[in-house]
Each structure stands twice: as C-alpha cells, then as structure tokens.
Design a protein around this ligand. Structure first.
Ligand code: KG4
Ligand code: ZN
Length: 328
C-alpha cells in the first residue's frame, strides 16, 4: 500500500510518501515569514501554503519514485490547526483525490504526532502516550489504533507554548523551544528553582505559573544578569518543565500498568526530556518510543503513516470532509 500525506495545519507545508512500511520521502517547507512577527500570522501562513503546496507535493512524489497514479490513498491533516491553513491542504488534497480518483483520508494532527512513532517502532498496544507540542500537552491511553482515552490535559499553556513564551521573555527568537534547549545544554539546571506546578497532583498540567515566575525573576534580576546567565536560566526552566512532564507520565504509567510508552510532538525533540524519559524507561523496564527528530516537529510523514493505519481498515472520507480548528 502507498499513501501520500499532506500537512498544512500551522506554518509548515509538508508532503510525504509512505509505502509498505517505509517513508520514501519527507519534504518540509518552513515559513520564515513569521520570524519578524515573533509568532505565526494566520493570513500569511495560508498564503505561504498556497504558494508552496504544489511544489512541495510534487517534490515528495518525485523523491519517492512513486507516481501519483500508483498512490492508494491521500491522507491530509484535517485539524486541529489554523482554519485558513488547513483549508489550503484540504482543498488541494480533495483536488488530487478527485482528479486521480483516489480515496481521501482526513487525519487528526494530534493523533498523527503519536502514530509518527510507528514509522520506526513496531506497532504495539496498549500504550500511554504523552503528546507535547506547541498547541497541546496531553496524556492518552491507547488500547488499539484510534481508541484513545484522555488521561490528562493542560489547564492553560501547552509545554511548547511555555518554552516559546519563556524564551521570548528571555529575548530569544521564535520559536524559542529549540533555542532554549540548545542554551540549556551549557547551563546548570539547579541554578534557580522554578515552580513545578501541579507536579504532585493528578494528570493535568499547568505551565502559566512558571511563565509568570520567570517574568518576575527576570524583572527582579535585570537584563544584564539575565543575559549573563542565559544558559543557567534556560537549563533551570527546562528542568522545571521536563520534571513535570516525566512525573505525570510516571503516574499515568502506574495507573494504567502499561509496558509501552511513547512521547510525541515538537517538544519530544527536547534533549533534556528525551534523556529523562529514557532514564525512567530504563529504570522501569519499559518499551519507550520517541520519534526520530525529523518526525517530532510538524511533518507529513506522520500524516502518511497515520493514513496507512486508517486505509488498512478502509476508513476513508468523502469530498465533504471539513477542517476543524480545535479538538474537544
Ligand atoms: O508539534 P509541533 O511542531 O507543532 C505543533 O503541533 O504545535 O511543536 C512545535 C513546538 C514549539 O512550541 C517549539 O518551540 C517546540 O515544539 N519545540 C521544542 C523543541 N523543538 C521544538 N521545545 C523544546 N525543545 C526543543 N528541542
Ligand atoms: Zn504539530
């Protein structure tokens, strides 16, 4: 089976071909236009998707060596995401499906982050998954494909959002997550003890208190001190965020008594988080799945592999498929 995946939910235009268990191409066009605004501008994102989606998809097909006529299904990110951006991908995928008479499959972008793990790891259930992206921080229990039980969610900011907003406070460019990660590698995680909100309570998350705490801290210490201790502050912030994420995952694993755990979403690229999760999995003898770095942040390979999971059971959509901005 061969699936073409298309992703356009935020600020990456991406296309990928999955064939018989393998990713043959994974093309991502990132939109630099947002950098000057310190965040994604929805209208500019839609326009940039419209400009590049044809080229990106053609390139993904070409690199894979698979002709569009040989594709068995077209999978496309349906939501959550920016409405205008989603509409570009969805309309484009519908056009292809109609022209080449291919089945269409709408994919939940958050599910796709999770199932990105099955690009390189064996498909196994039940598992507890921690999805940490720019828009979501969720703990789920999954006993079979697409059967998700929501165990925990964020009450305010997502983990990626916390990294980005705190990074912005520290004067780092958007998206600040990868930059905080880089600086933290040279810093002392014990330099300052930032709050770990709700760490001992339940499976929900809250990160806005940490953001406020960093704001007060930087105001009190002043610019010069902050810039002179950027590595240590980034390390201390990363320690606070990752401690909470690991503690919640531990609690969920204990509650559901699973042997398989997975990490997913952009923040799963974070080096401190990957290290702590690996240590925890080793201590508890768990099978830990984390996507390769290129499949952590937004990409279309994750859409294609999730499409393949749906295509194998004939779970197709028709041309009335609609985008959705949020998940309930
Ligand atoms: O999954 P993703 O690419 O997009 C969403 O679906 O939101 O996640 C993007 C988020 C951003 O907040 C970005 O700063 C964060 O993932 N991120 C990181 C790292 N790489 C990406 N956060 C911390 N450390 C990283 N290495
Ligand atoms: Zn994402």
């Amino acid at each position: 089976m061969k699936v073409l995946g298309i992703e356009s939910s935020c600020d990456e235009t991406a296309a990928s071909v999955w064939a018989d268990g393998e990713i043959l191409s994974n093309v991502i066009a990132s939109q630099a236009v947002h950098e000057q605004f310190g965040g994604v501008v929805p209208e500019l994102a839609s326009r940039a998707h419209h400009k590049t989606i044809w080229k990106t998809t053609s390139q993904a097909l070409e690199e894979s060596g698979v002709k569009i006529e040989e594709i068995d299904a077209i999978a496309v990110a349906q939501g959550p995401g920016l409405m205008g951006s989603l509409l570009v991908g969805l309309s484009f995928a519908k056009g292809l499906a109609l022209t080449y008479k291919k089945p269409l499959i709408g994919i939940n972008h958050i599910d796709a982050h999770l199932y990105a793990n099955f690009i390189e790891h064996e498909e196994t259930y039940p598992f507890v998954g921690l999805i940490v992206s720019g828009g979501h921080t969720r703990l789920v229990y999954v006993d079979k494909a697409f059967n998700h039980e929501l165990l925990g969610d964020t009450r305010d900011d997502a983990a990626g959002e916390a990294f980005d907003k705190i990074g912005k406070l520290l004067g780092l460019p958007y998206p600040a997550g990868p930059e905080v990660d880089k600086l933290a590698k040279e810093g002392d995680p014990k330099f300052h003890d930032f709050p770990r909100s709700m760490i001992n309570k339940g499976l929900d998350f809250s990160f806005s208190g940490l953001k406020t705490s960093v704001l007060y801290y930087t105001q009190e210490k002043g610019d010069e001190f902050v810039q002179n201790h950027l590595n240590d502050i980034c390390a201390s912030v990363s320690a606070a965020i990752t401690d909470v994420l690991v503690a919640k995952l531990k609690r969920a694993v204990k509650k559901k008594k699973v042997k398989h755990v997975m990490l997913a979403g952009g923040v799963s690229a974070n080096s401190m988080l990957r290290k702590k999760m690996s240590q925890f999995a080793e201590d508890q003898n768990l099978n830990l799945m984390i996507p390769a770095l290129q499949y952590c942040t937004d990409n279309a390979a994750m859409i294609a592999v999730t499409g393949a999971l749906k295509a194998r059971v004939g779970d197709f959509d028709d041309l009335s498929l609609k985008p959705f901005a949020r998940v309930s």
